[in-house]
Ligand binder design. Structure first.
Ligand code: BES
Ligand code: MN
Ligand code: ZN
Length: 498
């Protein structure tokens, strides 16, 4: 895990050290609690604002170093505009923005959860705290020295000052679970592939046992027995054996059908024999971001003891070129019985998912399946890094995911499916082929998956753009974003618990 920044709450009182962040509107109004806390430093803020032409524009900040009357080394006044009705996602983003104004070298930061109109509610303050802590994440494990002018992140503690301490701490319980889950997902995505290969990934997933999650690891032999030749074909050129990990959290009523989350876990994607160009190939260590999200989500749900039965399943492989590697033209028989002609060995994620989706569907008969995958470059062309692509055979599930996306800021955009696209993957020699040509690359990939889900409600999230490559948001500066943990935790919380 990354060096953790601890988070705690305090009452409205001036801290003794570090950086202090407070909020003002575009008339430089500050809340009553903030005013009390600042004491005579409030006057200083007015003078500094005039001197610096600071007007409290949303997102802009005024900084006072060693402010007289306060013990902190730095006071930061952040403009919030005119926040009348602040939604959860706004409070989250504000926490991220606030922490973003704190210099890397500060050992402590205190954020005052008080708006010009009055103290933030406990739930809002907890969202603010979540945003701040997610923003503070950075992956430092392999940095042994610093470049010129590069500061070592030193933030050891974030304190959120609130009106109602007990209520804020209570609201924090579910958020800290989500924060930990997201951090786990980010760490997994950022980790290089020489360290994180399928077996090691499975070992890390097995750590969920400590939380009461049951974890089964299927090795190559077990998968051969099940007939998972689509998944196994992808991994056969690698020195690292493939694995399938099945995680179960039984927090719901015994016997009620589970919900299921499935992740693409290609620990490294060279493209195989259809090898990728060298430029940027290092990014393909993150081709397991879907699997990372599923592990992070299971951690979050188990930590907050979610009242629901959940399956998490991840297909772990490494896609390498080798004497034993799969070739274009090869035909494999998937666990479902459908035969697949391999056209391009770089379209490997769908092969892995085909077997995992079929396995989960037939073994567990879930209420729905949601899979996450860094599946296509084409989804980045279509949606950039703002939205994940959503493909689904079920309108209700789609709407719920879309709403959860708006609520959490992890947004998804529904893309079409249909028979006109499906026929593009009919094969000359087998039941289906693994690519559909240049057009509509993300859609034909989704059509391929759909052939393996039967009639079960299903959604596929293509997270190639949102899961990796430092998607820039207020609450993420990490290369691996941990996308999907908050989204799916919310989906479960809003619709499938209790
Ligand atoms: N893992 C890649 C998709 C990807 C690309 C993820 C860029 C993140 C960033 C996937 O396995 C892949 O190679 N897809 C091919 C499919 C093609 C061969 C039909 C692609 O997108 O080019
Ligand atoms: Mn590929
Ligand atoms: Zn891939």
């Amino acid at each position: 895990m990354s060096d953790a920044t601890r988070l705690g709450f305090s009452g409205f009182a001036a801290p003794a050290r570090g950086a202090l962040v407070v909020f003002c509107d575009d008339k430089l109004t500050i809340g009553a609690a903030t005013k009390r806390l600042l004491g005579r430093a409030a006057e200083l803020v007015k003078r500094a604002a005039a001197a610096d032409k600071f007007t409290g524009k949303p997102g802009s900040a005024l900084e006072l170093v060693a402010p007289a009357g306060l013990k902190v080394s730095r006071l930061i006044v952040l403009g919030v505009g005119k926040p009348n009705e602040m939604k959860a996602v706004d409070a989250l983003k504000l926490g991220g923005k606030a922490l973003g104004k704190v210099p890397q070298s500060a050992p402590e930061a205190t954020i005052v959860a008080d708006l010009p109109a009055g103290p933030m509610k406990a739930e809002q303050a907890a969202d603010l705290a979540l945003g701040a802590q997610l923003r503070a994440y950075s992956f430092e494990r392999y940095k042994t020295k610093r470049q010129e002018g590069e500061e070592k992140p030193a933030l050891a503690k974030i304190t959120v000052a609130v009106g109602d301490l007990a209520a804020a701490r209570k609201a924090w319980a579910s958020r800290t679970a989500v924060e930990q889950g997201t951090t786990i997902a980010r760490d997994l995505v950022n980790e290089p592939a020489n360290v994180l290969y399928p077996e090691e990934f499975a070992r890390r997933a097995a750590a969920l046992k400590k939380l009461g999650v049951s974890v089964e690891v299927l090795d190559v032999k077990a998968m051969q027995k099940l007939g998972m030749n689509a998944l196994l074909g992808v991994g056969q050129g690698s020195a690292h054996d493939s694995r399938l990990v099945v995680m179960r959290w039984n927090g719901g009523k015994a016997g009620t059908p589970p919900v299921a989350f499935i992740g693409k876990g290609v620990c490294f994607d060279t493209g195989g024999i259809s090898i990728k160009p060298a430029g940027g190939m290092e990014d393909m260590k993150a081709d397991m971001a879907g699997a990372a999200c599923v592990v992070g989500l299971m951690h979050a749900l188990a930590t907050r003891k979610a009242n629901v039965n959940v399956i998490g399943a991840i297909g772990l492989v490494e896609n390498m070129p080798d004497g034993k590697a799969q070739r274009p033209g090869d035909i494999v028989k998937s666990m479902s019985g459908q035969t697949i002609e391999i056209i391009n060995t770089d379209a490997e994620g769908r092969l892995v998912l085909a077997d995992v989706l079929h396995y989960v569907n037939t073994r567990f008969k879930p209420k729905f399946m949601v899979n996450l995958a860094t599946l296509t470059g084409a989804i980045i062309v279509a949606l950039g890094q703002e939205y994940a692509g959503l493909f689904s055979n079920n309108d209700e599930l789609s709407e719920r995911l879309t709403k959860a996306g708006e609520e959490t800021g992890e947004r998804v955009w529904r893309m079409p499916l249909g028979p006109e696209y499906d026929k593009l993957i009919d094969s000359k020699f087998a039941d289906v082929k693994n690519t559909g040509g240049r057009n509509a690359g993300s859609i034909t990939a989704a059509q391929f998956l759909q052939r393996f889900v039967g009639k079960t409600a299903w959604a596929h999230l293509d997270i190639a753009g949102t899961g990796m490559g430092s998607p820039q948001t207020d609450i993420n500066k990490s290369w691996g974003s941990g996308f999907g943990v908050r989204l799916l935790d919310r989906l479960v919380a809003d619709h499938y618990e209790g």
